[in-house]
Design a binder for this molecule. Structure first.
Ligand SMILES: [Zn+2]
Length: 317
C-alpha cells in the first residue's frame, strides 16, 4: 500500500503536471502532454478525444475515467485566467485513475472531464499568441483596453465571455459590455462560439447525471438558478455535501440570479443537479497564484468521487 502511494506520488510529481507542480502556469501544451501520459499509463481506464476546435486551431479535449453507465461531467477553464481549474481536474484524473480501492465505482459509472474549455483564452492570458495573425493580435490589444498585461483575460480568442453564452437568461443579460472585450461580452447570440457549441453538443450527447463547472475565485459554490420545490431541495442537498467536503461556502438562493452561464443552462434546461465551484481565495481580475494550488487540490480531492457516487445512487432509484 505504502509502496503504491509512493509510486503514485512520484508519478504525479515527475510526469503529470510536472510544470504545474513547479512555478509556472498550466498551459495548453501541458494539458496535451498530460493527456498522452495519462492514457498511456491507464489505457484500460482513461480515454480522451477532441470535441471541437477553437478559432485559432486548438483542440477542446474531453477525457473519460471509467466506463460505467452513469456519468458526471466536470469542466474547467471556461475563462482564460482560470487555468488552475484545468490543473486541478487533470490532477484529479491522475489520482482517481490510480485509486484501486474505488475501482468498482469506475465500473458502474464514469467521470467525463473537459479540463480546458477555452484553450485560446488560457494561452492569451499566459502571453502565448502563437497561431494568432498580427491583425488579430492588434484586435486583442484593443479588447484588452490597450493594456499589454493580459493576466485579467477571461474571454475566448474573439473577445466573447464563454460563460455569458448559454441560453438560460441570455436575452435579458445586461453585462454593460456590447463589443468584444477581455471579459463580459456575451456575443451576438447564445452558443455562437466554437467552444460553447462543442461543450453544449457534447453535454447533450453524454447526458450526464450531474455537472460541476470549475471556475475561480472565491471558494464558493453556486448551485441554483430559478429553481424551486423538489429540484431546489435535491440540488441544495448535493451542493451542501460538496460544501462540507471542500470547506467552501454555499451561495444564497437569489431570484435575480444573472444567468447565461453553463450551470444556469443545465439547471434550467435539463433539470439535473449542476453547480459552479469557485476555487481560490477571493481575488479580482487575475489568476489564482500557484502557491494556493495544493490547498485547493486538497479541498477538492473528493468532489469527483462524491458526485459520481451520488449519480450511481440516483440511477438505482
Ligand atoms: Zn470563471
Amino acid at each position: 500500500m505504502v509502496r503504491r502511494v509512493l509510486l503514485l506520488s512520484l508519478f504525479v510529481n515527475l510526469f503529470l503536471g510536472s510544470d504545474a507542480m513547479a512555478d509556472s502556469p498550466y498551459t495548453y501544451n501541458d494539458l496535451e502532454h498530460d493527456l498522452v501520459l495519462l492514457q498511456a499509463k491507464y489505457p484500460a481506464k482513461i480515454i480522451y478525444a477532441s470535441i471541437g476546435e477553437t478559432n485559432y486551431g486548438r483542440q477542446i479535449y474531453a477525457l473519460r475515467i471509467g466506463h460505467g453507465k452513469k456519468t458526471i461531467l466536470l469542466s474547467g477553464a471556461h475563462h482564460g485566467r482560470e487555468w488552475m481549474t484545468s490543473m486541478l481536474l487533470i490532477k484529479m484524473a491522475a489520482v482517481y485513475a490510480a485509486n484501486l480501492e474505488k475501482d468498482p465505482m469506475l465500473e458502474r459509472g464514469a467521470i467525463w472531464i473537459v479540463p480546458m474549455v477555452n484553450p485560446d483564452g488560457v494561452s492569451i492570458q499566459q502571453g502565448d499568441y502563437s497561431g494568432i495573425p498580427w491583425q488579430d493580435r492588434m484586435a486583442l490589444w484593443k479588447m484588452n483596453r490597450y493594456s499589454l498585461s493580459f493576466t485579467r483575460w477571461k474571454a475566448n480568442g474573439k473577445g466573447v465571455d464563454l460563460n455569458r453564452q448559454y441560453p438560460a437568461g441570455w436575452k435579458e443579460m445586461k453585462t454593460g459590455v456590447n463589443r468584444p472585450s477581455y471579459q463580459f461580452y456575451k456575443g451576438t447570440s447564445p452558443i455562437s462560439e466554437p467552444e460553447t457549441k462543442a461543450l453544449a453538443r457534447f453535454t447533450e450527447s453524454i447526458k450526464p447525471a450531474i455537472s460541476a463547472a470549475y471556475h475561480s475565485t472565491g471558494q464558493e459554490i453556486f448551485w441554483h438558478y430559478q429553481t424551486s420545490g423538489q429540484q431546489k431541495e435535491r440540488d441544495y442537498r448535493l451542493a451542501k455535501a460538496v460544501a462540507d467536503s471542500t470547506g467552501y461556502r454555499l451561495s444564497k438562493p437569489d431570484k435575480n440570479a444573472v444567468g447565461s452561464g453553463f450551470t444556469d443552462w443545465l439547471i434550467h434546461e435539463f433539470k439535473f443537479p449542476a453547480m459552479t465551484i469557485e476555487i481560490g481565495k477571493e481575488r479580482e481580475n487575475t489568476e489564482v497564484p500557484l502557491h494556493e494550488f495544493e490547498a485547493e487540490w486538497e479541498s477538492n480531492r473528493e468532489v469527483g468521487w462524491l458526485l459520481l457516487e451520488e449519480a450511481i445512487r440516483s440511477g438505482q432509484k
